[in-house]
Design a protein around this ligand. Structure first.
Ligand code: OAD
Length: 230
């Protein structure tokens, strides 16, 4: 085995105290996607959008990685194959657990992005609509988050990794958001073994060759132990 690609979603951070989107009482039950996660919503009411991400940045800042994040970091350091995490999560818990090869396809709460010149810098704990860009001075800053209707980041590198994967795992993601939900089809077509690790079956569960259901902090360390035993 040469390459293991792991897609993670909100479910892996749930037991670190960060809410998921579509589970009962999740973020999308409390906030309208159109208001807080689209470019149009930001244009209409930037303060509301900043308030939403400022709150999430605060929560993520005090969250600690859990046993599932730690197990993936151990997999990367101990398995002879290259291990790449592609995460939809905007928290920094994979890095906090020690993972090095992490691709943030939906952006990061810890960064601010200038919509005028695309400069990125470390986001203050509370961003405000009149924050100005340290590079060009424009008062056009936004959270460095990919919103609905925008292209996820690093897609060309991600498709390359997926094509080369011998093993693909999706952890704690509902399979509702594309293109991430299509990764399993792509890797399956290229002959990879595919595994879903989730609390409940995702929308694309039928495509996976193997499934393991339970809490991420239980099933991910078990799965990693099995892989490391060979
Ligand atoms: P969802 O909220 O859609 O799905 C969370 C998944 O985690 C579900 O499949 C749950 O069964 C599972 N889950 C919940 N608790 C778990 C636990 N303790 N252990 C294991 N699994 C658990 O979140 P995502 O699939 O990450 O995008 O959502 C994808 C994207 O939709 C997000 O990146 C976000 C959102 O809109 C943007 O904001 C751009």
């Amino acid at each position: 085995m040469k390459k293991i690609v792991i897609l993670t979603g909100a479910g892996i951070s749930a037991e670190s105290g960060l809410g998921t989107f579509r589970d009962e009482g999740g973020l999308w039950a409390q906030h309208r996607i159109e208001d807080v996660a689209t470019p149009e919503g930001f244009a209409r009411d930037p303060q509301l959008v900043h308030d939403f991400y400022n709150a999430r940045r605060g929560q993520a800042g005090s969250a600690r990685p859990n046993a599932a994040h730690a197990a993936l970091a151990r997999l990367e350091s101990e398995h002879p194959a290259e291990v790449v995490i592609v995460t939809q999560n905007v928290d920094g818990l994979h890095e906090a657990a020690g993972s090095k090869a992490v691709i943030h396809m939906h952006g990061r709460l810890s960064a601010a992005l200038c919509a005028a010149c695309e400069h990125r810098w470390e986001a203050p704990e509370a961003m405000r609509p009149d924050d100005s860009c340290p590079a060009c001075g424009a008062a056009d800053s936004r959270p460095d988050i990919v919103w609905f209707g925008e292209m996820p980041y690093h897609m060309s590198a991600i498709w390359d990794h997926l094509r080369e994967a011998d093993l693909f795992a999706a952890i704690g993601t509902s399979g509702e958001v594309y293109p991430a939900a299509a990764f399993v089809q792509d890797t399956d077509r290229h002959g990879a073994h595919t595994v879903e690790l989730n609390l409940a079956p995702s929308s694309v569960v039928s495509v996976f060759s193997e499934t393991r259901f339970g809490k991420a902090t239980e099933i991910v360390p078990q799965w990693v132990d099995n892989l490391l035993r060979g």
